[in-house]
Design a protein around this ligand. Structure first.
Ligand SMILES: Nc1ncnc2c1ncn2[C@@H]1O[C@H](COP(=O)(O)OP(=O)(O)OP(=O)(O)O)[C@@H](O)[C@H]1O
Length: 227
């Protein structure tokens, strides 16, 4: 792998069933980069993210993410790949029947953590990172939408991922709260975890100038501009 790239796609074709969604994709993202992913509905953003978290197979071309060879990725390796990725997706929300602490503990136990003291320390650690340690005993419905999204980010950080994949993380939030979430994601990238954030929110893109990757007409532009 060249340089510090943690995402590396070379001439990849992205298929959904038999339908070629994106062709000849080249994508390189460095260790501490923050990158926006844009494109109209149906342009292939979700399909591209699926390639990256091992939910869609690479047809032609080659890819590497967090040290995993996507071309030869086995089913059995997918859980290990996912541990290197922090996923912040709208359809992957907090469990509503338990506290913030129990939500985070659930993920740690599911990913092999056993020592109660280490679990407790890790939970406090990630809550400190998102500035919400005081909410540890709260139920999800007792905190705001923006706070819930920060907890989802804390959850994504639990296993110290190399990359955060965020799909519309500000989709349901007001402009001010959206800015807080993106500020947090930017800080995370500056601390060495690459962030790839899919969004339709051009106001946010203007406010936080960063590299833009665009899906358009079946191809991916690695350095796009917005009007
Ligand atoms: N499971 C599937 N089977 C077949 N075709 C699919 C499937 N999922 C998506 N597609 C098609 O692939 C193309 C890209 O869809 P994709 O969901 O990647 O777009 P998107 O840019 O993420 O859209 P949005 O912004 O609405 O989420 C579309 O033409 C879509 O109809």
């Amino acid at each position: 792998m060249a340089g510090n790239a943690v995402i590396h796609l070379n001439n990849v074709d992205v298929f959904q069933q038999k339908h070629l969604v994106l062709s000849n994709v080249n994508l390189h993202i460095e260790k501490d980069e923050f990158v926006f992913l844009i494109g109209q509905t149906g342009s292939g953003k979700s399909s591209l993210l699926k390639i990256l978290y091992g939910d869609l197979h690479i047809g032609n071309g080659e890819g590497n993410i967090a040290g995993f060879d996507l071309k030869n990725l086995k089913e059995s390796q997918v859980p290990f790949l996912r541990r290197k990725l922090g996923v912040v997706f709208q359809d992957f929300q907090l469990l509503t029947d338990r506290t913030i602490e129990k939500n985070l503990e659930f993920v740690l136990k599911a990913t092999g953590w056993k020592d109660a003291k280490l679990i407790n320390e890790r939970i406090k650690d990630v809550l400190d990172k998102v500035g919400l340690r005081s909410k540890i005993k709260k139920m999800p419905h007792e905190i705001s939408g923006g706070e819930q999204q920060r907890i989802v980010i804390a959850r994504a950080l639990l296993n110290d991922p190399e990359i955060i994949l965020a799909d519309e993380p500000t989709g349901n939030l007001d402009p001010e709260t959206s800015e807080e979430i993106v500020t947090l994601l930017k800080q995370i990238s500056q601390a060495g975890t690459a962030v790839l954030m899919a969004t339709h929110d051009y106001q946010i893109i203007r406010k936080f100038p960063s590299r833009i990757i665009k899906c358009e007409s079946g191809v991916v532009h690695e350095d796009a501009q917005i009007a």
